[in-house]
Design a protein around this ligand. Structure first.
Ligand code: AMP
Ligand code: MG
Length: 396
């Protein structure tokens, strides 16, 4: 997708479309990391509470101001955290180590007074030197990064009011099925509420897509085509459908794509989520997910989310996988399987048990799960205590 400029105030979660390097040093000048006194380190050598160094105060430097005079031998300047270090000084002694603790706001009236220093300040003590955080020209953030709050702080720190980011990809979503009714409406006999529409929109929005909800299409090829045409009119970057891609007598989604678009593949060797279709409709990539709610969810995580990352210009993050130990043996049919599970931390390791019945229509078992165990393809059973990868939602 194309790029656009956004204010940093609205850039959280957006994908950076430029490589950023530092236009200058951070911090931009040597400054104090403590409230205290800027001194010449050699003037404080050997200072203790019993044998303090006595220095004449010649300046008062709040944050946001600059020193008026350079520090000479036997002199000190009061300085606040973040204020620029005066010329001649090479150390800051915290106020707690002086006769001035605690500091009071007596304004500039301290000039000419003497301060007793109770502790030696070595050269560089309590000074944040220019460029100690970031040096001019240093690479900071890479294209493809999803902007975190702390990244936005960095952008602000280098003086950027805006950032170049990728446009959020538009993903058109519709469900298909004669039995589907929108929540809020009354259910007739044989009808159920459409849940996939809302799961897919929420999941993809969380991953940076802009969902375009095309609602429910009945099991009718003309109506399904009308939805696909709407997706084209809405300039979708990707079309995601659910249901109607299996082998049922009224599964028309795949047929419509075959007749009016192009089908690249149909069916994948996984469980749940086998009847998944991929193709294009009038040039727009399309993923047809299975209808069962758990199958649609898993298919979206495994196939649609990475596609959205790709469209977004986002550097593909690794899925949030953890190694878990099985509390029970599990069986599989040899397909790559995603099993709903509850992962808990037990004695320093993560342990997992399944959330009951794994039927792919059971959305509540998906809600109870906090992970999907991934049984690799070719594996038909795993004994208790074996280790597997889990896609850990709590880590997302
Ligand atoms: P299908 O792929 O059309 O054979 O649908 C498989 C199963 O998923 C059927 O039991 C459908 O009723 C159910 N289903 C399809 N779409 C949805 C949806 N959007 N929300 C909830 N369940 C659905
Ligand atoms: Mg159906």
């Amino acid at each position: 997708v194309e790029t656009e400029k956004v204010l940093i105030t609205t850039s959280a979660g957006r994908i950076l479309a430029e490589d950023l390097s530092a236009p200058g040093d951070l911090p931009p000048f040597d400054n104090s990391s403590m409230d205290g006194f800027a001194v010449r380190a050699e003037d404080t050598r050997g200072a203790t509470k019993d044998h303090p160094a006595r220095l004449v105060i010649v300046d008062d430097i709040p944050a946001g101001s600059t020193a008026r005079v350079a520090i000479q031998a036997g002199q000190a300047a009061r300085i606040m955290t973040g204020a620029p270090l005066p010329a001649g000084a090479d150390a800051v002694v915290p106020v707690e180590e002086t006769s001035f603790a605690p500091l009071q706001a007596e304004g500039m009236g301290i000039g000419g007074q003497t301060v007793e220093i109770y502790r030696e300040g070595g050269p560089g003590a309590n000074i944040r030197s220019r460029g100690s955080d970031v040096q001019q020209g240093q690479p900071l953030l890479k294209q493809g990064r999803r902007l975190q709050p702390q990244d936005i702080g960095l952008l602000a720190s280098i003086g950027r009011p805006d950032a170049k980011v990728y446009r959020n990809p538009r993903v058109a979503i519709f469900s298909s099925g004669d039995e589907l009714v929108r929540p809020g409406e009354a259910l007739g006999p044989g009808q159920i509420y459409d849940s996939n529409q809302f799961v897919l929109a929420a999941l993809l929005e969380r991953e940076g897509a802009q969902p375009v909800n095309l609602r429910t299409a009945p099991d009718d090829p003309a109506q399904i085509r009308a939805r696909l045409d709407r997706a084209v009119e809405e300039s979708a970057d990707l079309i995601v459908t659910s249901a109607g891609v299996s082998v049922g007598a009224y599964d028309f989604v795949r047929q419509v794509i075959e007749e009016h678009g192009g089908l690249d593949f149909w069916r994948v060797n996984m469980r749940p989520g086998k009847p998944l279709a991929f193709g294009t409709y009038r040039g727009i990539p399309l993923i047809g997910l299975p209808g069962n709610p758990v199958s649609a969810f898993v298919g979206c995580l495994v196939f649609v989310v990475p596609a959205v990352y790709r469209l977004s210009g986002r550097a593909n993050p690794a899925p949030p996988l953890v190694r878990v130990t099985l509390e029970e043996s599990i069986d599989s049919d040899g397909r790559e399987s995603y099993l709903r599970a509850v992962v808990t931390r037990r004695g320093g390791r993560l342990s997992a048990r399944l959330t009951g019945h794994q039927g792919s229509g059971n959305i509540f078992s998906l809600v109870q799960a906090n992970a999907l165990l991934i049984v690799p393809s070719g594996v038909k059973s795993l004994p208790i205590d074996s280790e597997v990868d889990a896609w850990y939602f709590d880590k997302e």
